[in-house]
Ligand binder design. Structure first.
Ligand SMILES: *[C@@H]1O[C@H](CO)[C@@H](O)[C@H](O)[C@H]1NC(C)=O
Ligand SMILES: *[C@@H]1O[C@H](CO)[C@@H](O)[C@H](O)[C@H]1NC(C)=O
Ligand SMILES: *[C@@H]1O[C@H](CO)[C@@H](O)[C@H](O)[C@H]1NC(C)=O
Ligand SMILES: *[C@@H]1O[C@H](CO)[C@@H](O)[C@H](O)[C@H]1NC(C)=O
Ligand SMILES: *[C@@H]1O[C@H](CO)[C@@H](O)[C@H](O)[C@H]1NC(C)=O
Ligand SMILES: *[C@@H]1O[C@H](CO)[C@@H](O)[C@H](O)[C@H]1NC(C)=O
Ligand SMILES: *[C@@H]1O[C@H](CO)[C@@H](O)[C@H](O)[C@H]1NC(C)=O
Ligand SMILES: *[C@@H]1O[C@H](CO)[C@@H](O)[C@H](O)[C@H]1NC(C)=O
Ligand SMILES: *[C@@H]1O[C@H](CO)[C@@H](O)[C@H](O)[C@H]1NC(C)=O
Length: 552
């Protein structure tokens, strides 16, 4: 029975691929995808440095290095993104270990001393001391602005004194243009329920949180006045907050606003966290959980409610404050191997980020730490993971390329609805006109995985037909985000370039075995058809002389 089925399956693949090496499918959706020529209503507008990172507090010295050994590989990877979007990514230094980190000014020889408790997490230290040397790491990425995460979790008087003592070191390291904003506390909504150990009693609530947040932001500001008076002014002293995990309803961000968290007017950006699902949750798969537009839509729905309530209608609590994701990635608990570290996760990241951009989540900090499965890059060699550029980094490169130079030509982003949850498309408008389109095909295609029958069929190609506005015609430039399959963890390229560490320390290297420089013809009537191999993405640039003319 099983053999017969297998035979039938193989036969059907053979038929599909009888005459060509690859099979171009007819479009699944017979109708063409219509694209407006001018900016439609309800678009999202990204902030500069939309493509940003969050680096685990305990891993920051690994990622950034120190004054005598700056991590030039990390800096090159940040430069690549900065070159595409007009400003380098913002680095938020925080995460779970931000609330474990205790400053000790007598720790002079090392940046950090961490003690791991594998029962709690094999991935990061749950007891963490850091000394003055830690702050050297803020000096190794030229032109990067940082968000430094202060500890709110540890509540002993020794920990509270250490927090205040750390302030002068932090502000001196970050003055001279390196500071974006501060943060106090990581996911304080989980303090009474955290799987890594509760640091507040069960009756922890919004009122209690807000009182402590106001108290300690006040103390930090006072401690800054002496060493860094310029950063303690009302204009400069600002926070990312409240940085809630939102995984359960322990604390409600809207209630924290009603309780007066922004009483001192020192919140610059409303920051929320999101993970699509958990690394160890049953039923999580690459196709069903990550390579699934509906899953992104469902996951972000909570944030959209929050942003609507906090920075929009109906309450208009903060109509002028941007709403962002200050920490996010695929699967919490640092990701799952075979899912979070694959090319499929890179494609997930493109759809996830652009769905955020479409919905006015104006900046996205992709989280990472040393050895994490979902990391964009591993900054150093360890006995667990080799130093290198990882597949998810290429997702960030594709997002940055699609958004373009946000500083000088801010794009507006909109989703182009497609019928299947395993595909998505977006359009970018610049100066009110259609500028580029991206198609992300998330239909799983395995390059290397176990089943040899499943793997030995040619990669299907899906065809997408567009109706572009009248007047839009000529040759359009094509850039592809490509790898051998969704399960590939190496060999990823964007537009023929590799950013791999082993080639040129993370700087772009053009590979000669990858097709690039492709164009697609847009007909006089604005019709365009583009072939997209399964498990890949393509950007069509309409700006090479064929943007719609005469449209305003
Ligand atoms: C990218 O940015 C860095 C830092 O600004 C600069 O040194 C480098 O030349 C740029 N590279 C390209 C290709 O523009
Ligand atoms: C700080 O570090 C010093 C030197 O390692 C150590 O002697 C001291 O006990 C530490 N202080 C605290 C409060 O842990
Ligand atoms: C600076 O980084 C190098 C390389 O990782 C390391 O050997 C050295 O101990 C670091 N210095 C400090 C003060 O942490
Ligand atoms: C500090 O945290 C402990 C739980 O670890 C809790 O019992 C205590 O009430 C907390 N104190 C304050 C002031 O929040
Ligand atoms: C894709 O995600 C949606 C929303 O979470 C879910 O309902 C659907 O079952 C997922 N698709 C697959 C194939 O798992
Ligand atoms: C978002 O808000 C709507 C309307 O209040 C509600 O129906 C929906 O369940 C909310 N979604 C989430 C994910 O909280
Ligand atoms: C890809 O490989 C995974 C893991 O072996 C398997 O679960 C999945 O069904 C495969 N998908 C396809 C489309 O071959
Ligand atoms: C991708 O496939 C090509 C052609 O089969 C092969 O030569 C190459 O080694 C593969 N790359 C990786 C990283 O597996
Ligand atoms: C292209 O060349 C690179 C570098 O030589 C190699 O690692 C990669 O596997 C090749 N890719 C394909 C698809 O053949």
């Amino acid at each position: 029975m099983a053999l017969t089925l297998l035979f039938l399956l193989m036969l059907s693949w053979t038929l599909h691929s009888s005459s060509h090496a690859v099979t171009v499918r007819p479009p699944r959706h017979p109708s063409t995808i219509s694209v407006d020529g001018t900016t439609p209503p309800g678009v999202g507008v990204p902030l500069d440095a939309f493509v940003s990172f969050s680096i685990e507090f305990s891993s920051f010295p690994d990622f950034a290095g120190n004054s005598s050994n700056p991590n030039t590989f990390s800096n090159n990877l940040l430069n690549n993104l900065g070159n595409l979007t007009g400003s380098k990514p913002i680095v938020r230094v925080g995460g779970n270990t931000q609330d474990y980190a205790i400053f000790n000014s007598s720790l002079l020889d090392l940046a950090t001393v961490g003690i791991f408790d594998p029962e709690i997490s094999p991935d990061y230290p749950t007891t963490l001391t850091f000394g003055p040397k830690y702050f050297e790491s803020y000096h190794t990425f030229p032109d990067v602005k940082f968000v430094h995460g202060y500890n709110l979790g540890r509540n002993s008087s020794a920990a509270r004194n250490a927090l205040i003592e750390s302030v002068s070191y932090a502000c001196k390291a970050l003055r001279d243009g390196r500071l974006l904003y501060w943060e106090l506390g990581n996911e304080p909504d989980l303090y009474s329920t955290s799987a890594q150990g509760a640091v507040r009693p069960p009756n922890w609530n919004e009122r209690w949180y807000v009182r402590q947040w106001l108290h300690w932001t006040g103390e930090i500001r006072e401690a800054m006045e002496g060493p860094c008076p310029n950063l303690a002014t009302p204009e400069k002293y600002k926070y990312y907050a409240p940085s809630f995990a939102n995984t359960d309803a322990t604390l409600n961000p809207v209630v924290t606003w009603r309780e007066g968290i922004n009483r001192d007017n020192d919140i610059a950006i409303i920051s929320s966290h999101n993970y699509i699902n958990g690394a160890d949750e049953p039923g999580v798969t690459l196709q069903g959980t990550l390579m699934n537009h509906s899953s992104n839509v469902a996951s972000i729905a909570l944030q959209l409610n929050e942003s609507r309530l906090l920075s929009g209608l109906p309450y208009k609590l903060n109509p002028d404050l941007p709403f962002i994701l200050g920490e996010t990635n695929s699967l919490y608990n640092q990701g799952r191997p075979g899912l979070s570290n694959t090319f499929g996760a890179a494609l997930w990241g493109v759809d996830f980020n652009l769905w955020c951009a479409t919905n006015n989540i104006q900046r996205v900090h992709m989280h990472q730490g040393t050895n994490y499965r979902y990391q964009a890059w591993q900054p150093i060699d360890t006995n667990k993971v080799a130093k290198g550029t990882k597949a998810p980094y290429y997702g960030s490169i594709a997002v940055a390329s699609f958004l373009g130079d946000i500083v000088t030509a801010t794009p507006s982003i909109t989703n182009l609805p497609l019928p299947d949850e395993q595909e998505s498309a977006y359009a970018a408008y610049v100066d009110g006109k259609l500028d580029r389109i991206i198609v992300i095909n998330m239909m799983e295609y395995n390059a290397t995985a176990g089943n040899r029958y499943i793997n030995h069929y040619p990669r299907p190609i899906e065809q997408y037909r567009f109706q572009l506005p009248e007047g839009c015609h000529g040759e359009a430039g094509v850039q592809r985000l490509m790898a051998n399959g969704s399960d590939a963890i190496t060999g990823v390229t964007f537009d023929g370039y590799s950013y791999n560490w082993e080639l040129d320390n993370g700087m772009p290297v053009l590979l000669h075995n990858i097709t690039r420089g492709e164009t697609v013809t847009v007909s006089e009537g604005g019709k365009m058809s583009i072939d997209v191999p399964r498990s890949s993405a393509v950007i069509v640039e309409l700006k090479h002389g064929n943007r719609p003319q005469g449209l305003s």
